[in-house]
Design a protein around this ligand. Structure first.
Ligand code: DGJ
Length: 732
C-alpha cells in the first residue's frame, strides 16, 4: 500500500515510486507535516521538531505550562485563524455564534484503494494501469462540531499525489466558509525560489522566478476564470535548481475559476504554501448536515530539476485527466477562419478557403465567430445560437455538407457562457445574466456573463448547444469565453448565498460541459478563453486541447509555449500558423519558422488559404507531412526545454524525445543576431548515452553522450529563421 499508518508513532506515510510524504499526529491531536521529498526509509521524523519558547507565539490551552508548544511555529498540515497561528491559514469559518475559530484535531482516518470522489468537480482519475491508494484524515473542532476531511490520493507509479479538503457542518447552526484552501504545506526552511507563470491577454504564461523573501508572496485570480494574468500552476525549487538538477515541487490546481496561491516565509525562516479557491468574493453558506468539496491540487516532486517535474505532470495529464476519446487519437490538422475573415464572410468565401486548404493537407475546417444571430461585429448576437442565413444562405447543415464534400471535417466556434444585450435571449431573459439589482452592469467586449449558478440557465444552454451539435455533422467545437466577470450577483439566490456565485458559476459550467461532452463523445472539444485565459487542468478535464493564446506571432509564441510547457503536455497546446505581417505584432517571420513553432503543440492554420502562393501552399503541405511523421514523438514523447527566453545564446530551442529514446526532434529559432557571432553548440537531452544516432540529412554517426555533452554546431542563421533536426537511433 502506498499509504500507511503507524499507530505507535502516530505517523502517516504516503509513498510513491520516488517520493515520501510524512505527517504525524502530535500529543494534542494536531496534525503536523514532517516531510515531502525524495524517498526515505520508514522513520518517524518527529525528532525534527525542536521545541523552543518563542515570545509572542501563543500556546494552546491544553499545552498547560509548556510555553514551547505553539501552533505559530509548528509545521502543520491544515491551519486555522484565531487559534494562535498567525501565518496564512487553510480555513476561515464564521461559526453559528459569530466566532471564527476552527481548532481541528484528528478524530479518525481511513485508508482505501482507489481515488477519493469529488462532487461536481473535475479531477485526475485512475486508469487500469495505475495503483492508487487514498488516505482520509478527519479533523474536528470540538466546540462547533465542524469537521474537515483531508483527502490524499497517491498515484504510486506516476509519482503524483492529489489532495483536497471536504468541510462538513456537523453542528447545529449554519456556518459560512470564508476561506478554504485545498492544500497547505509547511517546509522547515526557506531556501526556495518561487516560480509562476504570469501575463496578460495575448501574452500569457511568462515564467517568473523570484527568491522567497520574508512575508507573503502570492498569485491569484479574482476574475472568475483562472485567467491570462496568472496560471494556477506554480513551482517551488531550490535556488540552484534548473532544468536538469535540484529539488523542485509542483502545485497544480484543478479548477477554472478564482484561485489564490500564497507562499509565506515566516519569522523563523520556515515556508508555508497554501493553494485554493480565492477567498476574495467567496463565502459559502453551509447548513447543518451539508458539506462542501474543495477542488483538488496535484502535487509532484522532482529531485532532478524542472524537466523531470514537467514529464511527471505531462504523463499524468495526458493519461489521467481528460476522458475524451481524442486524448489518445491523432488530432486533425485544422484551418480556422478567424484571422482569415473575422466577421466578414459568406459561404462562398469560406468554401474557397476550405477548397484551397484541402490542397495544403488540412483535414478540418473550423468556422469561428460570426455565423449566428446578428453578429457582424462583437457587440451583438451572443446568445442567439441560430444560424445567420445572410451569411450561410442554406443553413448550417447544408454548409457542413459542402465542407464534408470537399473531404474536410467541420468544426464550429461557440461562446455559450455569454450574452449580448442586443440579442433576443437578453431581451427575453434579462435576469439570466450576472448583474446587481438596481445597478448597470459593467460590460466586457460589450457582452454580459450568463448566470451559470442557475440550473435553468444551464439546462437551457445544454439544450441549445445540443440542438446545434445534433443538427449538422459537427466534429470539433471551439468553446470560447471572452470576458472576465464583474457584478457577480444572482437574482436567483438569496442574500446568504451571494458569496457562492463565483464558485457556483464554475460548477454550472462543469455541469454543462459534462452533459454536452458526455452526449457527444466523438466531437473533439477545444477550450478557449480569448486564447489562454483558462488554460488550466479543470478545463483540460473536458477539452483535450486548448487554444493557447490569441497571439499567433511565432516569436512571442516561443515564450508563451515555453511557459505553458512547464505544467501542461504538448498535445494540449493548440498552435496555428498565421499570415505575416502578424495581426497582433505586425512582425514578419518566415513561413518555415511559423511552422516549426506551431509544431511545438497541436499544429493548425489560421489564415486565408486563397491568398497563399503555390509555393507557400506546398510549404504548408510539407510542414503537415513532417508533423504527422513525428506526431507520436511530439504528442507522447518527453519534452525538453533546451534554452530559456532571453538566453544570451540568441536562440530558443527545444526537443521532443520518444519514450524509448530512439527518436528525437530538436527545433531552434534564432531570436537575436550579432555581427561576427561566436559558434554555438546545441546540446541535446534525453538520449541514450551509449546508443548511436544519425541526424537525418547528415552523414555522421554520433553517440548519445556526444550529442548531449558536446552538442551539434548551430548553423549560421538570419534573425527569426528556424532549424529543425531529426535524430534517429541506429538499429543494432
Ligand atoms: C477569441 C478567440 O481566442 C479567437 O481565436 C476567436 O475565436 C475570437 N475570440 C472570436 O471572437
Amino acid at each position: 500500500m502506498a499509504v500507511r499508518y503507524f499507530e505507535e508513532t502516530k505517523t502517516f506515510i504516503l509513498e510513491t515510486k520516488q517520493t515520501t510524504y510524512q505527517m504525524k499526529m502530535d500529543q494534542y491531536g494536531y496534525l503536523l507535516h514532517l516531510y515531502y521529498g525524495e524517498k526515505i526509509k520508514d522513520q518517524d521524523l518527529g525528532y525534527l521538531i525542536q521545541p523552543k519558547d518563542r515570545g509572542f507565539s501563543p500556546n494552546p490551552h491544553e499545552a498547560g505550562n509548556d510555553r514551547t508548544y505553539s501552533l505559530d511555529v509548528l509545521p502543520q498540515e491544515f491551519s486555522s485563524d484565531g487559534c494562535g497561528d498567525y501565518r496564512k491559514s487553510s480555513i476561515e469559518i464564521k461559526n453559528g455564534d459569530g466566532s471564527t475559530s476552527f481548532l481541528g484535531k484528528v478524530v479518525g482516518h481511513r485508508i482505501y484503494s482507489g481515488k477519493y470522489e469529488l462532487n461536481g468537480l473535475p479531477g485526475v482519475f485512475q486508469t487500469e494501469k495505475d495503483t492508487v491508494d487514498t488516505l482520509e484524515i478527519c479533523l474536528q473542532d470540538q466546540a462547533s462540531k465542524v469537521m474537515v476531511i483531508l483527502c490524499y490520493s497517491v498515484f504510486e507509479e506516476k509519482d503524483m499525489i492529489t489532495r483536497t479538503v471536504r468541510v462538513k457542518n456537523n453542528g447545529s447552526k449554519p456556518i459560512y466558509i470564508n476561506r478554504i484552501m485545498s492544500m497547505m504545506m509547511d517546509f522547515m526552511d526557506a531556501e526556495f525560489d518561487f516560480i509562476h507563470f504570469n501575463g496578460r491577454h495575448t501574452m500569457e504564461r511568462n515564467m517568473t522566478r523570484t527568491p522567497i523573501s520574508s512575508g507573503v508572496q502570492s498569485i491569484e485570480s479574482s476574475r472568475g476564470a483562472s485567467s491570462h494574468q496568472h496560471n494556477p500552476f506554480v513551482i517551488m525549487c531550490r535556488p540552484t535548481a534548473d532544468e536538469d538538477q535540484g529539488d523542485c515541487y509542483g502545485f497544480s490546481f484543478v479548477y477554472s475559476g478564482n484561485f489564490l496561491c500564497e507562499i509565506e516565509k515566516d519569522q523563523f525562516d520556515q515556508t508555508r504554501v497554501v493553494f485554493g479557491i480565492n477567498p476574495r468574493g467567496f463565502s459559502y453558506y453551509l447548513q447543518p448536515g451539508e458539506s462542501f468539496d474543495a477542488p483538488e491540487v496535484v502535487l509532484s516532486y522532482s529531485d532532478q530539476g524542472f524537466s523531470k517535474l514537467s514529464h511527471q505532470y505531462h504523463d499524468l495529464y495526458r493519461e489521467n485527466l481528460c476522458r475524451s476519446s481524442y486524448t489518445h487519437k491523432e488530432r486533425p490538422i485544422v484551418i480556422n477562419s478567424w484571422e482569415a475573415t473575422y466577421f466578414d464572410f459568406d459561404d462562398k468565401k469560406l468554401l474557397n478557403i476550405a477548397k484551397e486548404a484541402v490542397d495544403m493537407g488540412v483535414e478540418l475546417f473550423v468556422l469561428d465567430d460570426g455565423w449566428f444571430g446578428k453578429r457582424d461585429s462583437d457587440d451583438s448576437g451572443l446568445g442567439d445560437w441560430s444560424v445567420n442565413t445572410d451569411k450561410l444562405k442554406n443553413g448550417l447543415d447544408d454548409f457542413v455538407q459542402k465542407i464534408n464534400n470537399l473531404g474536410l471535417k467541420f468544426g464550429l466556434w461557440m461562446e455559450p457562457e455569454m450574452v449580448s444585450e442586443d440579442s433576443d435571449l437578453y431581451r427575453s431573459h434579462p435576469e439570466w445574466c450576472l448583474k446587481i439589482k438596481d445597478r448597470k452592469p459593467t460590460r466586457g467586449r460589450y457582452q454580459l456573463v450568463l448566470d451559470l449558478s442557475r440550473k435553468d440557465v444551464c439546462d437551457y444552454l445544454i439544450n441549445s448547444i445540443n440542438s446545434i451539435l445534433d443538427g449538422a455533422n459537427i466534429e470539433y467545437v471551439k468553446w470560447d469565453m471572452n470576458r472576465n466577470m464583474t457584478d457577480v450577483w444572482s437574482s436567483y439566490h438569496g442574500y446568504e448565498h451571494q458569496g457562492e456565485i463565483f464558485h457556483r458559476y464554475i460548477l454550472g459550467l462543469y455541469y454543462i460541459l459534462d452533459q454536452v461532452i458526455l452526449t457527444h463523445p466523438d466531437i473533439l472539444f477545444c477550450g478557449c478563453a480569448g486564447g489562454g485565459g483558462r488554460f488550466d487542468p479543470g478545463m483540460l478535464y473536458y477539452h483535450p486541447e486548448i487554444w493557447c493564446s490569441d497571439n499567433t506571432d511565432a516569436i512571442n509564441r516561443l515564450n508563451i509555449q515555453y511557459g505553458t510547457s512547464f505544467g501542461y503536455p504538448i498535445n494540449t497546446i493548440e498552435s496555428h500558423v498565421s499570415v505575416c505581417p502578424n495581426h497582433q505584432t505586425a512582425r514578419t517571420t518566415p513561413l518555415n519558422t511559423r511552422g516549426v513553432v506551431a509544431m511545438d503543440g497541436i499544429l493548425g492554420y489560421e489564415l486565408d488559404s486563397t491568398k497563399l502562393s503555390k509555393e507557400q501552399k506546398q510549404q504548408c503541405r510539407e510542414q503537415i507531412d513532417i508533423y504527422k511523421k513525428y506526431y507520436h514523438i511530439i504528442a507522447y514523447g518527453d519534452y525538453y526545454r533546451l534554452t530559456k527566453p532571453y538566453d544570451a545564446c540568441g536562440y530558443m530551442a527545444w526537443q521532443h524525445v520518444s519514450k524509448d529514446r530512439k527518436e528525437a526532434v530538436a527545433s531552434l529559432v534564432k531570436t537575436e543576431v550579432e555581427s561576427n557571432e561566436p559558434q554555438k553548440y546545441l546540446k541535446l537531452k534525453g538520449l541514450e548515452a551509449d546508443c548511436f544516432y544519425k541526424i537525418l540529412g547528415n552523414d555522421g554517426v554520433y553517440s548519445g553522450k556526444v550529442l548531449m555533452k558536446a552538442g551539434i554546431p548551430v548553423p549560421v542563421m538570419e534573425q527569426y529563421e528556424a532549424w529543425q533536426c531529426h535524430i534517429v537511433a541506429l538499429e543494432v
